[in-house]
Design a protein around this ligand. Structure first.
Ligand code: HEC
Length: 202
């Protein structure tokens, strides 16, 4: 009897680390490969903005209205394209926004911005979130102000005319180099395949 009892106890002890309910308590990311791709796409997107902005820096010629417009809007357009093609939601979010579409609109966004503000070495983070009743993985990546950004995000009264005219609610000025400008936010729904199918056959 004692031996049997011992056997049962040791069997139970042995199985505890493998107990599936304990394993389930660990966070599970259903599409780690999508998260990796999102990280890569955001690095490319950020490099695209830096590249476009650097063409204005130190230029001796007065930039034309067209070159002035070709920095952050194409970034927003590429973000929309990434959303469509992958079934993700890709956004830029900033507390001091120029385009009101980029205002933080939930607590998760505000917490992530506060974390980036607090820790200048924090480049990116991800967590599990529910958006519009859909569960998924959220990836945030910081955006800092570089020297080349100040042409358009520097002193309020030095902003290009097209910004002053086109963005009456603009808050994205008076930045200094190294300030947190905002963040990219990607949402990867767990049911990402379904989202793509729905957008192909609406
Ligand atoms: C030629 C002017 C110009 C330059 C240079 C520029 N921006 Fe912008 N930025 C804009 C405009 C205009 C918008 C609003 C675009 C829109 O309507 O989506 C904007 C929007 C943004 C946004 C989206 C959030 C918001 O406020 O709407 C971020 C983030 C941003 N810029 C970061 C940067 C960074 C970082 C740099 C430098 C690497 C930079 N910008 C350089 C003009 C510029």
């Amino acid at each position: 009897m004692l031996v049997k009892c011992f056997l049962i106890v040791s069997f139970v002890l042995l199985t505890i680390p493998w107990n599936p309910t304990i394993a389930l308590a660990a966070p599970i990311i259903p599409h780690p490969e999508e998260l990796v791709r999102a990280v890569q796409e955001i690095e490319l997107l950020d490099a695209m903005r830096t590249g476009l902005a650097s063409t204005l820096e130190g230029s001796t010629e007065e930039p034309t209205k067209q070159t002035m417009k070709e920095v952050c809007r194409p970034v927003g357009m590429k973000a929309m394209k990434l959303s469509k093609e992958n079934g993700w939601q890709v956004k830029q979010i900033a507390s001091k926004y120029r385009n009101p579409d980029h205002a933080p609109n939930n607590l998760h966004d505000k917490i992530a911005l506060a974390k980036f503000e607090q820790d200048s070495n924090l480049v990116g983070l991800w967590n599990r979130e529910i958006i519009n009743q859909e569960q998924g993985t959220r990836y945030y990546r910081r955006i800092d102000v570089e020297a080349s950004c100040l042409v358009c995000h520097g002193l309020k009264n030095r902003r290009p005319q097209f910004v002053q005219d086109g963005y009456p609610q603009d808050l994205a000025y008076n930045f200094k180099m190294g300030d947190l400008r905002g963040m990219y936010a990607v949402f990867i729904p767990d049911d990402v395949k379904k989202v793509i199918q729905d957008s192909v056959n609406p």
